[in-house]
Design a protein around this ligand. Structure first.
Ligand code: SAM
Length: 231
């Protein structure tokens, strides 16, 4: 993967960035996503935010080597602190981190959100708490994608502020749109998850040390939801 050829995962994220957007890519690492989009003429400008020094330097290098310093600002900052009002950002991508980390970035940077931005989020696990945050903060999920690359499943959640929407506990767990579509990859993911949950429950039943009862009940509830979903 590089700034010319994105991974399938980042390619699917790129497809959700509106043409002509002013993009903030938070946790940009190497900066491949904003650089690839800028090279394709798909976005007008970008901010690449990074909290760690090594990836920050890596993003700076990618931008410099592509002669895009006038169009992409690389900033060393935590989360949405990379965004300034004058950037007039219209889309924010936060990809390749746990869902809880993405939620915390959104929560602690709330004052930097105008409410007009499209959020393109690619959590690695922790989708449920992330969807919960979106619902509680007035976001509607517009699109959800699930893809498998190598052995891993990746979710992409696209959300915008809109009329208030309430998702059920199951919708927050599985994804409201994915539950409707029931794609083959979605069903395969949850078949695998069901096997994992059942294994966990068997191991917990055998475990010597006591595991909090609410934890066991939570896993049992999830296993029931998955069984119902798969019919
Ligand atoms: N977004 C790229 C992708 O999806 O391929 C890189 C993902 S990489 C696994 C996660 C990056 O997020 C790391 O470079 C890390 O330094 C950065 N990161 C983690 N927490 C962050 C935060 N609070 N603010 C900005 N960057 C953060």
């Amino acid at each position: 993967m590089n700034q010319h050829t994105l991974s399938m995962r980042l390619e699917r994220v790129a497809a959700q960035v509106p043409i002509g957007a002013r993009l903030a890519d938070i946790g940009s690492d190497h900066g491949y996503l904003p650089v690839a989009l800028m090279r394709r003429g798909a976005i007008a400008a970008a901010v690449a935010g990074e909290v760690a020094l090594t990836p920050f330097h890596s993003a700076q290098r990618t931008v410099r080597e592509n002669g895009l310093q006038l169009h992409i600002s690389v900033r060393l900052a935590s989360g949405l602190a990379a965004i300034e009002p004058q950037d007039a950002i219209t889309a924010i991508s936060i990809c390749g981190m746990g869902g809880e980390t993405i939620r915390d970035i959104l929560q602690s940077g709330k004052t930097r959100l105008s409410g007009q931005e499209r959020l393109i989020l690619q959590p690695n696990g922790g989708e449920q708490p992330l969807r919960q945050w979106l619902m509680e903060n007035g976001y509607r999920i517009l699109c959800e994608e699930l893809l498998q690359e190598n052995r891993f499943y990746y979710e992409i959640i696209v959300a915008e502020r809109g009329a208030a929407v309430t998702y059920s506990a199951e919708q927050l767990y599985f994804g409201p749109l994915q539950m409707q579509t029931r794609s083959p990859v979605f069903l395969a993911k949850w078949q695998r998850m069901l096997r994992q949950k059942q294994r966990m429950l068997t191991e917990l039943a055998r475990a010597q040390q006591t595991v909090p009862e609410h934890k066991v009940q939570e896993i049992a509830q999830q296993a029931r939801w998955i069984s119902e979903l798969l019919g």
